[in-house]
Design a protein around this ligand. Structure first.
Ligand code: SF4
Length: 177
């Protein structure tokens, strides 16, 4: 049974559909990953337009409060297993926008981040390293953020509620509380 699950994880790691949620300027370094020089498709990684078909949500820059709400909506629509990558300094610690009234400094207070890619902006080489690291983590069963999100739902919902008040309603009609 355990061997069978390892095989499933390995298969998943070689077929990643990625929702590139391009919130900030860091997205500029992603196109090279899709073109012939780096060619992320050779790893089985494809860009995906809709959350319901995506395995990974890649948040590529600063996160405003308005954007965060949409990111949470998108994440909640993704089927498990699913993963979150925090790309660039801004969603990790606020980056150059750390004292802005409009941005959120830490994405991981609101969603379970599986992998962080530091830099402003992370270069194409760092993006390729991110892809291979994520594949390894998935293959080894080490990226389990979606389970943490379910286990610690109260924690994440409380942080979301503090930011948005009672205004946050999920796609299934439930409110944040
Ligand atoms: S980390 Fe740098 S490149 Fe990325 S969104 Fe922030 S300012 Fe832009």
């Amino acid at each position: 049974m355990v061997e069978w699950l390892k095989l499933v994880d390995k298969a998943r790691s070689r077929s990643i559909w990625m929702l590139m949620y391009c919130t900030g300027c860091g997205a500029m370094e992603l196109p090279p990953a899709m073109t012939s020089r780096f060619d992320m498709e050779r790893f089985g990684i494809m860009p995906m337009a809709t959350p319901r078909q995506a395995d990974v949500i890649l948040v590529t820059g600063y996160v405003t409060k308005k954007t965060l709400k949409r990111i949470i909506y998108a994440y909640e629509q993704m089927p498990a297993p699913k993963w979150v990558v925090s790309h660039g300094s801004c969603p990790i610690n606020g980056g150059v926008y750390w004292d802005s009234h409009a941005t959120v400094n830490r994405l991981d207070l609101f969603l379970p981040v599986d992998l962080y890619v530091a830099g402003c902006m992370p270069r194409a080489e760092a993006n390729m390293k991110m892809f291979t690291e994520l594949m390894d983590m998935i293959a080894k069963g080490e990226a389990r953020g979606w389970e943490e999100y379910v286990k610690n739902r109260d924690y994440y919902k409380e942080n979301q509620r503090k930011l948005f008040g009672y205004d946050l309603v999920f796609t299934d009609g439930r409110s944040a509380l």
